[in-house]
Design a protein around this ligand. Structure first.
Ligand code: NAP
Ligand code: HSE
Length: 427
């Protein structure tokens, strides 16, 4: 039986899960995959640190050359995170003809072009199933299961931390700060949780999905990103009363090689399956021209779900070694960008105004001037200092017109705070 030696870079949350599966299920994997997978060396930063898994000490090293310069190691698995050291490590591995697997979406989103180009030159594979939506096999599904489709639209709940925060605010009425703390304690959040709540983490994952769905490379700067930090319990409650749930969605829509990509909070109708994706769970809802709508659901983070995705890549690549199977790297030609300004949506606005006669008229006038038609208006009870929230839901309007109207409204003397705008999706 073919024996494949693996170098593991990192033995933290994900690395420990990879060790557990490969070590505890070696015989099962041999039987199922027809290859014998063995971790030969593990790179760590602190060799003497107490580990959550029991690993023979002789396998641990803090010297990467012991992995890179070992000709027996054919697959390198990067689960150390970060950018500088991990970029040097993965390029070092690829340049020595080793296949690479990584869970590091930040590295791929920012340096993927360089990494995939190098992999192409050296004729090695790069697996990154674990970098998007944890344990959900979305990369393999798009690449293989939907190979005969043109993917038209993708909607992803692909950041577990922000979904956990929004779900807890919805279910318990808890405050943003309180729930962010919980998400950190549960290990969902990134080392820098700003990346989760700002939408940046979801944007990095969206970029990787786009490369597979639309067959080209996108730049992070072409993804419109808005986070969840301005969402209040009041917005969540008001959305609920209107029949919606607020979710942070990563959205890509493509037509004729032009792609529009954005990450922002969205009012999702309660009747849509994405509305039921709660806690740290992830889901991807997409539409292909042959399959129609399809949805994937599962755990988007954590030790074992993420390790499950890494092991799936290990098995695929191990099986392809010495066979004629095609290598797996995305296409790197640049995709054309469709500006978000050109999109049209229905909108939810929360205006914070002084409770005086004529205020609503001024706001309605401004919206009308910018070709925005009102579908409904809801005024809530007065809050402190004579300020009241007014909720307006619009019919479909153009994004550029909406941005202009908000800019104008926020400068009116009757307006007491920055307008909250949330887009609505009907799918
Ligand atoms: P982690 O728990 O912080 O583990 C990182 C591991 O890498 C540790 O074992 C650390 O060594 C080692 N390491 C870090 N920098 C190193 C360096 N310069 N040299 C040598 N070893 C180094 O991280 P993680 O949560 O497993 O995440 C790993 C990657 O997977 C990240 O890119 C993350 O974004 C991605 N990811 C994570 C999850 C998740 O749920 N955690 C899900 C999807 C993707 P020591 O143990 O000795 O300190
Ligand atoms: N911080 C990420 C999340 C981890 O919350 O989804 C998985 O990539």
């Amino acid at each position: 039986m073919k024996k494949i030696q693996i170098g593991l870079l990192g033995l933290g949350t994900v690395g420990s899960g990879v060790w557990k599966i490969l070590h505890e299920r070696r015989a099962l994997l041999r039987e199922r995959a027809g290859v014998d997978l063995q971790i030969k060396k593990i790179l760590v930063k602190h060799r003497n640190k107490k580990r959550t898994v029991s690993v023979p000490r002789r396998l641990l090293t803090d010297d990467i050359s012991q992995i890179l310069n070992d000709p027996e190691i054919q697959i390198v698995v990067e689960v150390m995170g970060g950018e500088g050291a991990s970029l040097r490590a993965v390029l070092g591995a690829i340049r020595r003809g080793k296949h690479l697997i990584t869970a590091n979406k930040t590295l791929l989103a920012n340096e993927g072009h360089k990494i995939f180009k190098e992999a192409d030159r050296r004729q090695v594979s790069v697996g990154f199933e674990a970098s998007v939506a944890g344990g959900i096999p979305i990369i393999k599904s798009i690449r293989e299961g939907f190979v005969g489709n043109h993917i038209q639209e993708v909607y992803g709940i692909i950041n577990g931390t922000s979904n956990y925060i929004l779900s807890q605010m919805t279910e318990r009425g808890a405050s943003f700060e309180e729930v962010l703390c919980e998400a950190q304690q549960k290990g969902y959040a990134e080392r820098n949780p700003y990346k989760d709540i700002s939408g940046e983490d979801a944007a990095e994952k969206l970029l990787l999905l786009i490369s597979l769905c639309y067959g080209g490379w996108f730049s992070m700067k072409n993804i419109y990103v808005e986070g969840i930090h301005r969402i209040t319990p009041f917005d969540i409650q008001s959305a609920g009363e209107l029949g919606f749930v607020i979710k942070l969605l990563a959205i890509a829509k493509g037509e004729d090689s032009r792609v529009q990509a954005r990450v922002h909070p969205v009012l999702v109708p309660k009747s849509h399956p994405l509305a039921d994706v709660s806690g740290a769970f992830n889901a991807i809802f997409l539409k292909g021209d042959a399959i129609g709508p399809a949805m994937f659901y599962g755990r988007g983070a954590g030790m074992m779900p993420t390790a499950s995705a890494v092991v799936s890549d290990i098995v695929d690549i191990a099986k392809s070694i010495d066979c004629c199977e095609a290598r797996i790297t995305p296409s790197l030609h640049s995709l054309a960008v469709e500006s978000v300004d050109k999109s049209s949506n229905e909108y939810y606005f929360r205006f914070t105004v002084f409770d005086r006669p004529g205020v609503l008229g001024q706001i309605a006038n401004c919206l009308g001037k910018n070709r925005i038609s009102i579908a409904s208006v809801h005024q809530r009870e007065q809050v402190k200092g004579g300020k009241v929230p007014i909720l307006v839901v619009t019919h479909k309007a153009n994004e550029k017109d909406v941005q202009k109207a908000i800019h104008e409204i926020d400068r009116l003397s009757v307006v007491a705070g920055k307008t909250m705008m949330i887009r609505m999706e009907r799918f």
